[in-house]
Every structure is written in structure tokens, then in C-alpha cells.
Design a protein around this ligand. Structure first.
Ligand code: PTJ
Length: 250
């Protein structure tokens, strides 16, 4: 297993290398799928073009995501093998800050990986982890990918889905849920179908949403709903695409 501390702080690609090692460790621990490595590589390319920073439109999206989670009756944070390796503690903190449930939901679902991720989240402070009951199905999807908990994602009104595959993101959207998607590719189908697309690295986006949730903790419901309603998903996607296409890499 790689120790983050082995990478010198002054290395120009420090954050990117730490992230890469976490994903590698995730595969070793049986948390992240092999495909997760490929997904990470795709993400890195977009992040590089974004300047490895949270662009202003992504920060707005993170604020809207925080408001949506706080205003929700039943928010759920969906956890896959990549974010479980990258930001397990940060997901637990976000769940606490917004009153959301955590549910493991995998594209490449195996019983072993479901259990390993649930255990990993508990080691990082989660009290309850959903997803293992799998007593409901997302309509319109093939069997394994559709499995969810009835009292979790199935009944949720707001779901945060990081690095989702497009089909499932679309199917969740069709269930009329408010869907927050974290994806570095503004052209991915998941980002395109999201109510709130957050075009940022999950490593920055998850703590970013928590920070906004803390700032908005005392806001009333009308204020929270206004923040969500004022958020313009198409404009946010266009701003991210512009930043990627025209980015100044200095
Ligand atoms: O753990 P599982 O079985 O649920 O599988 C998860 C992966 C991510 C492997 C699966 O959902 C998958 O294959 O995803 P895709 O289709 O490769 O899409 C991944 C998307 O996430 C791409 O658009 C990447 O640009 C983006 N991405 C990768 N790493 C990050 C990211 N977005 C935000 N933060 C990242 N760290």
C-alpha cells in the first residue's frame, strides 16, 4: 500500500499523485474496480484542462448541491468504488452535515465489493450504510445495476451520484429525483441529465459541498429552494466546457 506521505509536498503534481495512489490502494483493498482506474485516468485529463481547481461555476453548483441536500426530505449519497477510495471520510462528514444516508451502489456490483466498501465507510465513521439489502429496483435498468435499498435510493427525493454511468443517472432522473452528479466531464451523459451537475474533482467537490452546507445550516427552506431554483445547469455545463476548451494552462 502506498503512503500519501511518500509523495513530496512540493512535487508539482502532488495532489494528482496522491489521488492516483488512493485509487490504486482502493483496487488492492477490493474496494475499487479495475475499470475505476480507467475512469480515474479519464477524469484526470479533464481535471488537468480545468487547471485542477474548482472553477467558479462548479463552486456555484456545489452551493446549489448543498442547498438541495439540506432542503430534501430524504437525501442519499450514493457511493461507488472510486469515491469510497478517494473520499470515504469526507463522504461521512457530508452525510452528517446534510442529514443524508450513505448507500453503496455499484456499476460492477459484487457482494464482496459491496461489503468491503460498507466496512471501509464504517471504519471512517459511518454508522449506517445502506445498499446491502437491495430490496428494490430502479426501473428500466438491467438487473445488477438496478439494485437499490427501498428505504434508501429508491425512496429518496434527492440523490448525489458521483462518477455515475449515464444510463443509471438517466434512470434515476426519470424517477423524478433531484439528481446531483459529480463528474469532471461536462459532456458525459450523467452530467447532462443531472439537475445539478458539479464539474469538479470528487476530491474537491465533496468537501466543497460540505463547506457550503455548513454555511447554509441555518438557512430557511425558502432560501434553500431559491438557491436550487436559481441554479442554471445548462449555463454551468457551458461554463465548464468553455474552461476546458479555452483554459489557460499557465
Ligand atoms: O465502483 P463502480 O463499480 O460503481 O464503478 C465506478 C466507475 C467509475 C468505474 C463506473 O461508474 C464507470 O465506468 O464510470 P465511467 O463511465 O468511466 O465514467 C466515469 C466519469 O467520471 C468520467 O466522465 C470521468 O471523467 C469522471 N471522473 C473520473 N474520476 C473523477 C471523475 N469525476 C470527478 N472526480 C473524479 N475523481
Amino acid at each position: 500500500m502506498t503512503d500519501d506521505a511518500e509523495i513530496p509536498e512540493d512535487h508539482p503534481r502532488h495532489d494528482s499523485l496522491v489521488t492516483r495512489h488512493r485509487i490504486e490502494d482502493g483496487v488492492e483493498m477490493g474496494i475499487t474496480s479495475q475499470q475505476g482506474l480507467i475512469a480515474q485516468g479519464r477524469g484526470e485529463a479533464f481535471d488537468y484542462l480545468l487547471g485542477e481547481r474548482t472553477i467558479p461555476s462548479a463552486d456555484d453548483a456545489e452551493r446549489a448541491a448543498a442547498a438541495a441536500l439540506l432542503a430534501a426530505e430524504h437525501p442519499v449519497l450514493s457511493v461507488n468504488g472510486n469515491v469510497a477510495a478517494l473520499v470515504p471520510g469526507e463522504l461521512v462528514t457530508l452525510a452528517e452535515a446534510t442529514g443524508a444516508d450513505l448507500e453503496v451502489n455499484l456499476f460492477n456490483r459484487t457482494a464482496e465489493r459491496m461489503q468491503a466498501i460498507a466496512d471501509h465507510l464504517r471504519e471512517h465513521g459511518a454508522e449506517e450504510v445502506k445498499g446491502l439489502a437491495a430490496d428494490a429496483q430502479i426501473p428500466g435498468l438491467s438487473h445488477e445495476r438496478a439494485k437499490v435499498d427501498r428505504d434508501g435510493i429508491y425512496e429518496a427525493d434527492t440523490v448525489l451520484v458521483p462518477l455515475e454511468d449515464g444510463d443509471r443517472a438517466e434512470a434515476l432522473g426519470e424517477m423524478d429525483k433531484t439528481e446531483i452528479v459529480i463528474d469532471l466531464n461536462p459532456l458525459s451523459r450523467s452530467a447532462q441529465v443531472a439537475t445539478i451537475p458539479v464539474v469538479d474533482n470528487a476530491v474537491r467537490a465533496v468537501p466543497g459541498i460540505t463547506e457550503h452546507a455548513r454555511e447554509l445550516a441555518d438557512a430557511d427552506e425558502a432560501t434553500l429552494r431559491e438557491i436550487v431554483d436559481e441554479f442554471d445547469a445548462d449555463a454551468a455545463l457551458a461554463a465548464a466546457e468553455d474552461a476546458i476548451r479555452d483554459g489557460d494552462l499557465d
